[in-house]
Design a protein around this ligand. Structure first.
Ligand code: ADP
Length: 479
């Protein structure tokens, strides 16, 4: 079988992948896209400078323009020239040199560039931006002088009828020092992210794996039969819930195990009694002359019958509880069946002082497995007889109405505590473990009743008052 990856390894892998993704994005932005981002920002700054110059021009004209726009230019490291245009001739009226790699001030073919920008701005709402390769200026790029530069231009017509062209030149490349600093920073950030990712992966996987490993240990203990295994796994709601569920399962298993042992003890006792009788009587007849009497033989026959009916009951129990038994429904009179069952118990028990009241009119037809429902009646009546009070009264009642047949059997016994009511239908469950053993006495009677009635989709239940007695009932549709 292919073994799955360990939780720790998987989380480590996922975190590494996540860290790699973040680092990849960082490198893409810093290395591949940084130039474009930087250029965009620089062009925006150049245009911001132009807007301030524009405002100065509008408010004060060219008078002392250079002084009033100096701050703006130096702040953004932009070289600025302002030209007045008269009859397509441009005359420089203000000038600031604030970009150390400036091109405005050493450009050979300035008039040609000016002309291009003028035309572009004129056709594009007064604004033009042009990125120019430095090599086109005649001086080749060096390490310290980047290869491209950008010009922002603004064509402006003032109310006094004068036309101006404002030109700002900004560097679109970060300086070599800036780039180096960023690289260095990026390497450090990458290292820190990698370390943090690995540390986080170890921490998280550790804290996740710990409760799971603990639950696993507990489950292994449980598998070995240690029902008291510790399933506390604090830290996460899911693991806590799983722990609680496993604790419940362990309790359930230990209870079933205890009940199973009890059942085996009961059954072996029930089997041994007739066997001892048979063995004893057979030996007497063999060893003592004249003991081979019809009475002694009858005892052996009776005990053999008891044995075989006990074995049959046990077989029934196992078949019904394993769910392999298929119901064989027929239409029959539940009234007759209840009357017969009542008569059977009355015949058996009246000499012991029991009073069995039967109120079961004939002609209550239902559909179901007659043999299994008879077993249900016998189990319910048998329980009522076994658990009824000192007055030894048991009432059997059958009613029919609204398309429903309702059978109930009431005793006057001690009743069943409310907290035990839901459990009595479970296998092997006994409220009072030291109570005199029931006819079957295995704690299986009611679970057989439940299996049979469930198979008939019948409603059933019990109402019980402590000290007053209990009433077991079930309902079947009339047929
Ligand atoms: P048992 O063989 O022990 O009677 P059952 O499955 O028939 O097993 O019943 C389960 C338990 O339910 C009994 O041990 C008893 O504690 C309780 N019980 C069943 N019927 C009655 C009743 N009529 N009155 C009081 N307790 C009852």
């Amino acid at each position: 079988m292919k073994r799955s990856m360990k939780l720790r390894t998987k989380i480590l892998l996922l975190f590494s992948l996540f860290a790699l993704l973040i680092l990849g994005l960082l490198w893409i932005f810093q290395v591949a896209l940084f130039g474009q981002l930087f250029e965009g920002v620089r062009v925006m700054e150049g245009r911001a400078v132009i807007r301030r110059i524009e405002a100065a021009l509008e408010s004060q004209g060219t008078e002392a323009l250079s002084e009033s726009i100096q701050d703006a230019a130096f702040e953004k490291a932009a070289c600025v020239s302002v030209y007045e245009i008269v009859n397509t001739v441009a005359t420089r009226v203000a000038d600031i040199h604030a970009n150390e790699n400036c091109r405005i001030h050493d450009i050979a073919n300035m008039s040609e560039l000016l002309h291009r920008l003028y035309i572009a701005a004129e056709s594009d709402g007064g604004i033009a931006v042009e990125r120019v390769a430095v090599s086109s200026f005649g001086s080749p790029p060096t390490d310290n002088r980047p290869s491209d530069t950008a010009f922002c231009a603004r064509l402006l017509s003032l109310e006094n009828g004068k036309d101006y062209l404002i030109l700002a030149n900004v560097e679109v490349y970060p300086s070599v020092a800036t780039v180096a600093a960023l690289r260095e920073q990026l390497i450090w950030i990458s290292a820190v992210i990698a370390v943090i990712a690995v540390a986080m992966a170890f921490l998280i996987s550790g804290s996740l794996a710990r409760p799971i490993a603990k639950l696993n240990q507990g489950a292994a203990q449980l598998a070995k039969g240690n029902y008291g295994a510790d399933f506390s796994a604090p830290g996460y709601r899911e693991t806590e819930e799983l722990g609680n569920t496993l604790t419940l399962a362990a309790e359930e298993l230990s209870r079933t195990e205890a009940l199973r042992r009890e059942l085996i003890a009961n059954v072996s006792h029930d089997l041994r009694t007739p066997l001892t009788m048979i063995g004893g009587y057979a030996e007497i007849m063999r060893d003592i002359p004249g003991e081979v009497t019809a009475e002694n033989l009858q005892i052996i026959v009776n005990e053999t019958h008891r044995l075989s009916s006990l074995v049959n009951d046990l077989l029934d129990v196992s078949r019904l509880l394993s769910g392999t038994e298929v119901m064989q429904p027929t239409r029959f009179d539940l009234g007759t069946l209840a009357g017969e069952a009542g008569a059977h118990f009355r015949d058996l028990l009246s000499k012991n002082g029991y009073t069995i009241h039967v109120d079961a009119p004939e002609g209550v037809w239902v559909r179901g497995d007659r043999k299994r429902l008879q077993q249900v009646l016998y189990n319910l009546i048998g329980n009522a007889v076994n658990y009824t009070g000192e007055d030894k009264q048991v009432s059997i009642r059958l009613t029919a109405g609204d398309g429903i047949a309702r059978f109930s059997v009431t005793d006057t016994g001690a009743g069943i505590p409310a907290e035990d009511l839901p459990k009595i239908w479970e296998r092997y469950y006994k409220v009072d473990k030291v109570h005199k053993r029931a006819a079957v006495g295995t704690g299986l009677g009611l679970s057989i009743v439940k299996s049979v009635l469930d198979a008939h989709n019948a409603k059933f239940g019990v109402s019980s008052d402590l000290g007053e007695g209990s009433c077991f009932w079930f309902e079947l549709p009339l047929a």
